[in-house]
Ligand binder design. Structure first.
Ligand code: PHE
Length: 403
């Protein structure tokens, strides 16, 4: 039992620690020493900018999320090394949406209402960017998706932007490449019917091929949970198309490439879109896919001036070649930080306005101008899988910097 005196002491001590605690909690948003980093050029007293990033860091499309995060981290390091934005360091708060739309909704809401971020980066996939975009737009927090290409995403409203091209252009460029450059007219298609990116890109490609005088000889679709594609592959093979367009993610393309090879269709019969770009495709199906082409945002040997500096910095830190996802993640963050620096004020609204005014931004994925629909007007590259590497083949829809 405590004596009276000790009780009094204990109560005083408790009161003091409560005071101390409440002082701490009111200072929650105040300068954080560690956020300023060890870089002496960033004043320790400057309050960090809080930016939220929501990504698929686990679940079905984990590799997309991880690679995008790596690009964002490089950008954060680069900007903080230069003294941050307007003298304040940048801190990115990451949330894992588990590749799941419901989780995406919750995580984006948390970043906005709990963490009070001034801007959002994410998501990688069109399906989840649509979910996050609705929340961001409703709360008037600017969001930049690095790699969601479905046209619907930026149509959500004035706060939603992207730094990648859109699937109407990608589908058109894919069709022109197949029909005009490769000279193929009899074409097959295989895509995921329940994915907004895959079915949307398939539709754009189909229309463009027909307009160019090509024929869709056979078309099959699957749902994302399927793993055995043999029936579709056999039906496609039996229709004897000259080539098969497969605008799908790497995680479906790996089993499809293996099962197609077993059915007598080499990987080079397939042409894809940007969803192929993940190291796993090379690691798990590099042999099967040798020679295949796809439309993309980036390859380590693209000819743009800022691509090489990015490649070097990425390789130094991560000891391998970057993917489109990493380079787009880097560009989304760099473009946002640039806009934050140009913004007339520090509010989400003024940052939004500055993003909308971006012109000829030199990124690792080319020169980016944000158009009136908040899309990125930029080049597309054709990439070939060659000796188990993603190799630059050509630039289409060329948008080199204009004065
Ligand atoms: N464009 C895809 C989508 O909209 C995502 C993606 C981009 C995947 C780049 C791989 C590489 O869902």
């Amino acid at each position: 039992m405590l004596g009276r005196r000790r009780w009094v002491k204990a109560i005083v001590a408790l009161g003091a620690s409560a005071l101390w605690l409440s002082a701490c909690s009111t200072q929650k948003d105040a300068p954080q020493k560690e956020a300023a980093g060890k870089d002496p050029s960033v004043p320790a007293a400057a309050e960090p900018w809080k930016v939220g990033a929501y990504l698929s860091l686990s679940g079905a499309e984990t590799q997309f999320g991880i690679e995008t995060k790596e690009g964002i981290e490089l950008a954060v390091d680069a900007v903080n090394k230069k003294g941050g934005v307007k003298g304040r360091p940048v801190k990115v708060l990451y949330e894992d949406d588990k590749s799941n739309p419901q989780e995406t909704n919750n995580k984006v809401l948390q970043l906005i209402t709990r963490d009070k971020v001034v801007a959002l980066l994410g998501e990688v996939a069109s399906s989840r960017s649509t979910v996050g975009g609705i929340v961001a737009n409703k709360h008037k927090i600017p969001m930049i998706t690095s790699s969601a290409t479905a046209p619907e995403v930026t149509q959500i409203g004035p706060f939603v932007f992207r730094v990648c091209f859109t699937d109407d252009t990608q589908g058109q460029m894919g069709a022109e490449f197949v029909v005009k450059t490769m000279g193929k007219k009899r074409i097959g298609m295989l895509y995921a019917s329940d994915d907004v990116y895959s079915s949307g890109l398939a539709a754009q490609f189909r229309d463009a091929v027909k307009k160019l005088g090509g024929e869709i000889a056979v078309e099959k679709s699957f749902i994302k949970t399927e793993t055995n594609f043999t029936t579709y592959i056999n039906e496609i093979r039996d229709a004897k198309p000259e080539l098969v367009y497969a605008p799908i993610y790497y995680n479906a393309m790996v089993p499809i490439a293996r099962q197609a090879k077993a059915a007598g269709m080499p990987g080079s019969t397939f042409v894809g879109g940007d969803g192929w770009d993940a190291e796993t495709l090379i690691q798990d199906a590099g042999d099967e896919m040798e020679g295949a082409y796809f439309t993309n945002h980036y390859a380590p040997d693209v000819p743009w001036p800022n691509a090489q500096a990015f490649l070097k910095a990425y390789k130094e830190r991560f000891k391998r070649d970057p993917s489109s996802l990493s380079s787009l993640g880097y560009d989304s963050a760099m473009l946002l930080f640039d806009a934050m620096g140009r913004a007339k004020g520090d509010t989400p609204e003024s940052i939004r306005d500055a993003i909308a005014e971006t012109k000829n931004f030199e990124g690792a994925t080319g020169t980016i101008t944000i158009d009136p629909n908040r899309n990125a007007d930029k080049s597309i590259v054709i990439v070939q899988i060659k000796n188990k590497k993603f190799t630059y083949y050509a630039t289409v829809n060329d948008k080199a910097a204009k004065p």
